[in-house]
Structures are given as structure tokens and as C-alpha cells.
Design a binder for this molecule. Structure first.
Ligand SMILES: [Zn+2]
Length: 155
């Protein structure tokens, strides 16, 4: 039997800069990010009533809460701070914001859409495995026409 999937979309506003970048993205700037996540479950598990699936992969409301708690809320209206950035300016900006109790999201990766998609994929894969669900894809849009995508290995 195959699998059935659902997709949910999220968005948030966030500031970043790209250390060492030669173009405009070396400047402090922001984006309205958009993310789509696709979650799958075996068809037989969705239709089997004894495991109480209610004919769903997962309730959209529960998926929304999980992704908001783990990914979206900590990032919304934050400065994404790469703690290993080679650029002193990035550390200076973060220190000023922290000193003034403004929102900073500390990450251990360069804040590109690709890195975000890979890290969100890892985080959400672990969470969803606990619910017996498989994360199929994560897409992260940095602009309305540019996105990075990570696909699970079983596809
Ligand atoms: Zn940018």
C-alpha cells in the first residue's frame, strides 16, 4: 500500500545577514519567510480504525502547534544569529540586541534558506517520528520566487 500526505504552510518575518557574502545580503535585512512541510503516513494506518487515526495523517491543528512551538515562534520577528559567524559585525549586532532584550534566534549554521530547510527537516523529522509520521519535504522560501527544498531519503 502507498502513503498519503498532507501539507501545511507557515510564514514568519525575520532579520539576518550573510557573513562574507559579496552582494546585498551582507547587509542586515529581513524577509518574510514561507515554509511548507509535507507529512506522510501509510494509507493502511490512516484507514485502520483501531489505532484511532480518525482518517487523518495528523490533525492540521496539532501539526500547526508542533511546528509553531519548535520552529516558527522562536524565529518570528527575531534576528537569526549565526553563533560561529566569521564576521565581527554579526556578533556586535547580536550583543546589542541581547543587551536591549530584543529577540535573537541563535543558530549554529549560516542563515541561508538551504541551511534552514536542512535544520528544520532534522528537527521535525525527530518530532514526527515519535508520532509514527514521516516528514517527506520541507521547503523554505526566502522571497516569493526563491526557495530551498529538502526531501526525505525514502522518496
Ligand atoms: Zn536575506
Amino acid at each position: 500500500m502507498g502513503k498519503v500526505s498532507i501539507t501545511k504552510e507557515f510564514s514568519w518575518d525575520m532579520a539576518h545577514l550573510l557573513a562574507g557574502h559579496e552582494g546585498l545580503c551582507k547587509n542586515l535585512h529581513g524577509h518574510t519567510y514561507k515554509m511548507q512541510i509535507e507529512v506522510t503516513r501509510k494509507i493502511e494506518d490512516v484507514i485502520r480504525s483501531e489505532i484511532n487515526s480518525e482518517g487523518m495523517v495528523i490533525d492540521f491543528k496539532d501539526l500547526k502547534q508542533l511546528v509553531k512551538d519548535r520552529i516558527v515562534d522562536p524565529l518570528d520577528h527575531a534576528f537569526m544569529y549565526w553563533i560561529n559567524s566569521p564576521e565581527p559585525l554579526e556578533h556586535d549586532i547580536a550583543q546589542i540586541l541581547i543587551k536591549n532584550q530584543r529577540k535573537v534566534a541563535r543558530v549554529s549554521y549560516r542563515p541561508t534558506a538551504e541551511e534552514m530547510a536542512m535544520n528544520f527537516f532534522d528537527t521535525l523529522t525527530k518530532e514526527l517520528l515519535l508520532l509514527n509520521l514521516e516528514l517527506r519535504t520541507v521547503k523554505v522560501w526566502e522571497t516569493p520566487t526563491s526557495f530551498a527544498e529538502v526531501k526525505g531519503e525514502s522518496i
